[in-house]
Design a protein around this ligand. Sequence first.
Ligand SMILES: Nc1ncnc2c1ncn2[C@@H]1O[C@H](COP(=O)(O)OP(=O)(O)OP(=O)(O)O)[C@@H](O)[C@H]1O
Ligand SMILES: [Mg+2]
Length: 359
Amino acid sequence: MVKVVLKDVYKSFKQKKKIVEVLKGVNLEVQDGKFTVILAPSGEGKTTLIRVIAGLERQEKGDVYIGDKLVNDTPPKDRNLAMVFQNYAIYPFMNVYDNIAFPLKLMRKNKDEIAKRVKDVAKMLEIDQLLDRKPNQLSGGQRQRVAIARALIKGTNLLLLDEPLSNLDAQLRTLARAQLKELQEKLKITIAYVTHDQTEAMVLADNVAILHNGKIEAFDSPLNVYRKPRDTWVAGFIGNPPMNLIDGELLDEKTFKFNGYKVKIPASVSKRLKVKKGPAILGIRPEDVKIGEGDIKGVIKFIEPLGSQTLLHLLIGKNELNVMVFQMHTIELNKEVDLNFYSDNLVFFDKKSGEIIEN
Ligand SMILES: Nc1ncnc2c1ncn2[C@@H]1O[C@H](COP(=O)(O)OP(=O)(O)OP(=O)(O)O)[C@@H](O)[C@H]1O
Ligand SMILES: [Mg+2]
């Protein structure tokens, strides 16, 4: 078993004459036997981060540990990890068997051992019926599993995955995601997985690390990242649509005032509040807004039927609000509706720093 620790890692690139700082003091622990997802929008440095762990890029500053060993000067091949790249390349001219066997052939293992290990790993990934096929005779999901099989065959306990599902269509992605999660639970290997897809992060991760502006902005379980985002940036990044953020003022621990309205704060929320008075931002998820009763008035400006749910865009005076409802009836455009924010899931943020004001 193996963990990965990054301490204050910096990495920049020279682009023409400009220096682009990508990682600006990354601190991260990829825990032993856990599925850690590093989540960030495109271009934030996800691939760079994973390449630094793999040893394919050298950081300018900071330390990388794998297990308890400092690996700054350890070449990639000696880091005892496996990596599946963003555009996982499997060799088109080799059949599945030879693709998976390739790393062992490079290590000059004997034929019988190779055959056994290919069979084992192929069985585990349920591609043992496909060993004779060429990659162009496989579906995208099967190809992805071949890439993972090839990464796992050396028997390492640390797997780095760079958006391995991005080439798959939506349906296949859901399936492949479930298989990957199952595989990790079965093998208990340590996985660091980077993606820009937050659904993927929520579904797969034991821990989510959000990379933003070259640093890990948040590190927590998917539920906590969703329920208790550490600041307004995370609140606005996670969730589709993201958390509603409403500017106002805490009058006391029971009341939040905005736009002429007084919002009653449930006791379960107020007992968590670290600060009980002053300018603040109320955060509420679209599914936590209750429609049909309450003294807040909103006007429905836009309706998006999403199938099982319907997303409403409302205006409360000048405040825009996203609301997720599960039933379509009584919803009409430009209609005024009553609503309330009475929810155990309310959170409050400091207006100045944007940080959550909860214990
Ligand atoms: N070898 C390189 N030379 C110069 N600049 C680079 C190099 N590799 C990455 N960069 C720059 O570093 C930044 C981060 O790139 P990176 O590929 O790590 O992002 P990413 O989060 O993986 O993006 P994506 O989601 O699109 O894959 C980008 O601005 C990119 O242009
Ligand atoms: Mg990338």
